[in-house]
Design a protein around this ligand. Structure first.
Ligand code: HEM
Length: 512
């Protein structure tokens, strides 16, 4: 025991050393029991992380080892070594890539209650602010997301599609009419179609080209998104205090400045068409559009709902822009590389419709081969091969592996649609694989390119309609020549997060 005498002012060293050793023992006991409790309770100490490439302690996988180009192919390669689940970390942030459909269904569909969040860091909230976090694709899973998603669902569900069909029909016909003249600018021609349909359907605004200011802003927004969904890319956002770096600071500062720009572009992207439609409503007594209809049904004092409508419009045009562009451009590459498929599709159209008649939505059930081309397109080169990542809000244990709360989870859609045990010759474009003897097709919800769980693409019915009609009408009206260089399909595709052809050099000629 520690004793101190006032009279002789002397310590008893025996007492002191005993107290110290008691304290050390107590501390060690506390530490051990807390580890034991965590071990008994905490999954972290009972299960390992899924296998994956190891990095350095807190830093995790170095930048040079993070696959940035056609990364879905690298994860297939890594899968051969690590298995269906691949884990790695960066700056304390965990990433999981799922290569198998079964695991994606188990984790993203069956455990959707805990795997439907989106990643948000302090820096996103500080730099991007409210604007970025209002878009449905980015908003955190919870009540706010539910309210926004409901608005999308009510207006974009299968039963609501008839309202857009006159616009889709008219725009696809005019697209096909301009195809022969679009030589050298085919990609722009497709980009204009994908944006025009959305601007007209949502806002009743007629844009003449994708290069106009509003659609151009829209594309800029999507370009930021393109980088942001590469697995591991956003690890730097988890570095403590990174948000305090000044914009002139090399590397980190530049990234932060880019985020600021993203925030501004997002704000403008949403405001410009919103202001334009308000102007139209005021000046044109006959103006009709979905946004105008929703506004007319909303209490003008309900600012929250009005704001939701504003962001519903913007998120719809933004989400449709590059996805639809990528998918339709891929269709042209496929037809160039597979002239037999093109001829078979045209034969079916001629037989069912008669030569020269343009297809309508009512013809869809009578055109199984065209349907199969559409399904194969979505399988062969899904527009977002690794989808949009989900974050989990609780720890999960799957197949004996620990997936900590806050892990960003990617479904490698490409790996699933190119699984050779399910799809023979997966790299070949073979529509026949979707044809069944009973003439039925799998439900449209089985198309993996639209993602998983509660976050599954809410615009999928609209995308289906626009793409199907474009495929059918194009094949009815024109011939697409083989690409000049022929050869490997992969040579035609760019290397960002979107699977989009970088060039479309095919020649288009009218079918006489
Ligand atoms: C080829 C066409 C399209 C493809 C391949 C596609 C694919 C996707 C994918 C993979 C996701 C993420 C799903 C997930 O988190 O698991 C998504 C989300 C979304 N898509 Fe699409 N999409 C397409 C067209 C469209 C269109 C035309 C619209 C709008 C009309 C749209 C609106 C959305 C929205 C708002 C989300 C976010 C949903 C949420 O986070 O709750 N998409 N899409």
């Amino acid at each position: 025991m520690l004793s101190f005498s006032k009279t002789n002012a002397r310590f008893s060293f025996d007492g002191l050393s005993q107290t110290i050793s008691n304290s050390v023992l107590l501390l060690a006991g506390l530490v051990l029991s807390s580890i034991l409790i965590r071990f008994l309770r905490g999954t972290r100490y009972r299960y390992p992380y899924p296998p994956g490439p190891k990095g350095f302690w807190y830093l995790g996988l170095p930048n040079s080892k993070v696959p940035m180009k056609k990364f879905w192919l690298t994860y297939i390669e890594w899968g051969k070594k690590y298995g269906d689940l691949i884990h790695f970390s960066r700056f304390g942030k965990h990433y999981l890539v799922i290569n198998s459909l079964q695991a994606a269904r188990d984790i993203l569909d069956k455990q959707a209650r805990v795997t439907s969040d989106r990643a948000h860091t302090r820096i996103d909230e500080m730099v991007l602010g409210d604007n970025m976090l209002k878009t449905l694709g980015s908003v955190s899973y919870g009540d706010k997301w539910r309210k926004v998603r409901k608005l999308f669902h009510q207006n974009l569900r299968a039963e609501s599609m008839t309202q857009f069909r006159p616009i889709q029909t008219q725009q696809v016909q005019s697209f096909v009419g301009g195809l022969v003249l679009s030589q050298g600018t085919l990609k722009d021609h497709i980009a204009t179609l994908s944006q025009k349909v959305m601007f007209l359907s949502l806002y009743g605004l007629d844009i003449s080209s994708n290069k106009e200011e509003m659609p151009a802003r829209n594309r800029e927004f999507v370009e930021f998104f393109d980088n942001g969904i590469i697995p591991g890319w956003d690890g730097w956002k988890s570095i403590p205090f990174i948000h305090l770096l000044p914009s002139w600071f090399p590397w980190g500062g530049r990234l932060i400045a880019a985020l600021h720009a993203q925030g501004e572009i997002t704000g403008e992207g949403a405001s410009k068409p919103w202001d334009a439609v308000q102007e139209k409503i005021k000046s044109d007594g006959n103006h009709t559009s979905l946004i105008a209809k929703l506004l007319s049904e909303t209490d003008p004092d309900n600012d929250e709902e009005i704001d939701r409508i504003k962001w519903f419009g913007f998120q719809s045009i933004a989400a449709a822009a590059d996805t639809t562009l990528s998918a339709i451009s891929t269709f042209f590459v496929a037809m160039s590389l597979y002239p037999d498929v093109q001829s078979k599709g045209q034969e079916e159209l001629d037989t069912v419709l008669g030569k020269g008649r343009m297809p309508t939505f009512d013809d869809r059930p009578s055109l199984p081969y065209i349907e199969a081309i559409f399904r194969e397109l979505m399988r062969w080169h899904p527009a977002l091969p690794m989808g949009v990542p989900h974050d989990c809000i609780e720890d999960i244990v799957y197949d004996g592996c620990y997936i900590p709360k806050g892990t960003t989870i990617y479904a490698n859609i490409w790996a699933m649609t190119h699984d050779p045990s399910v799809h023979k010759d997966p790299d070949c474009f073979i529509p026949e694989r979707h044809l069944r003897e009973d003439g039925h097709f799998e439900n449209i919800n089985s198309i993996l390119a639209y993602g998983f769980g509660r976050r599954v693409c809410v615009g999928r019915y609209m995308a289906n309609d626009t793409m199907w009609l474009t495929i059918a009408s194009t094949l009815a009206a024109v011939n697409i020549s083989p690409l000049p260089n022929g050869g490997n399909a992969e040579d035609y595709f760019s290397e960002g997060a979107f699977c989009s052809p970088h060039t479309l050099d095919c020649t288009i000629s009218p079918r006489v």
